[in-house]
Design a protein around this ligand. Structure first.
Ligand code: MF3
Ligand code: CO
Ligand code: CO
Length: 273
């Protein structure tokens, strides 16, 4: 006898390519998962200071999450061995926590996903370590604003292309670039579900948004060119030109008249000033 992974015992929990539409009841599950991620990202803020290692951040977030009944979704995901991703400076995404010590002037994205009662919440934010320079500050500001503008497009009848267009236009108007090699994703009972949510595109293109769709928007923005490469560890994605990169991510649900942000910060810390 061998065991079938839980996710595959139920044929409804396999990525089919179709965009899932959830029911009104399902929003409550997403709220609980989203809130726990947001609380963990709030909790860690005072610890993201010069001298701390990314492993200490990972340990704190793992303990915090487990104590509150959440499962770290990244831990063991496709062989990933940590709870969060910590992506520093020119690391675009999927930086692996370890003995790297944060130093004054670093910018770091912390990306965390939890499972609560089978529902996934996925969010990331930027943290400034000590004093950062004006270019880094501008990059973070543009990245947050691009996410905000993308989310402003989320309402029934608009399309995924409207979201991508809003993000791309704002980023490029600021002479920065949108990473093409990674995208947002459907989420809910699955961590990474259809569709791929592109952070660039054309107005009116792509699938139409419908109430009950759950997905992430998570633009990665580079000060230089958009091109990335993945290091030999198989995870860490960096800018090819070594330029600084930033990202932020929310998990949202489409409602009758707009959206609900499941990963909004209870402490109002999503976008630090
Ligand atoms: N949280 C990331 C996302 O936004 C995925 C990280 S997968 C991991 O989709 F395995 F690297 F953790
Ligand atoms: Co995500
Ligand atoms: Co994420």
């Amino acid at each position: 006898m061998y065991e079938t992974p839980d996710d595959l015992q139920d044929e409804n929990l396999v990525r089919t390519g179709a965009i899932r539409v959830y029911q009104a009841n399902d929003f409550e599950g997403m709220r609980l998962a989203g809130r726990l991620v947001a609380e963990a990202l709030d909790m860690i803020a005072p610890f993201v200071v010069p001298g701390v290692t990314t492993q200490e951040i990972d340990d704190r977030i793992r303990e915090y999450t487990l104590e509150r009944g959440g499962l770290p979704a990244c831990l063991g995901y496709k062989g990933y061995a940590k709870t969060v991703c910590t992506s520093i400076n020119h690391v675009v995404c999927h930086g692996i926590p370890g003995d790297r010590v944060l130093k004054d002037g670093d910018i770091v994205n912390i990306d965390h996903t939890v499972i609560v009662d089978g529902w996934h919440g996925d969010s990331s934010r930027m943290y400034s370590v000590g004093n950062i320079n004006a270019r880094a500050k501008k990059l973070i500001d543009v990245t947050y604003e691009s996410l905000r503008l993308g989310l402003e497009q989320v309402k029934p009848g608009n399309t995924f292309g409207d979201i991508g267009y809003a993000i791309q236009r704002y980023v490029e108007d600021n002479r920065m670039s949108v990473v093409r090699d990674f995208c947002g994703h459907g989420i809910g009972r699955l961590f990474h579900d259809a569709p791929n949510v592109l952070h660039y595109g054309r107005r009116g293109e792509g699938a139409k948004l419908e109430p009950g769709m759950f997905f992430t928007v998570e633009p990665m923005v580079n000060l230089g060119k958009p091109h990335v490469k993945v290091l030999s560890d198989g995870w860490t994605a960096v800018t090819r030109d070594k330029s600084l990169s930033a990202q932020c991510e929310h998990t949202i649900g489409v409602t009758e008249d707009g959206l609900e942000i499941f990963t909004a910060s209870p402490a109002g810390l999503f976008r630090p000033n």
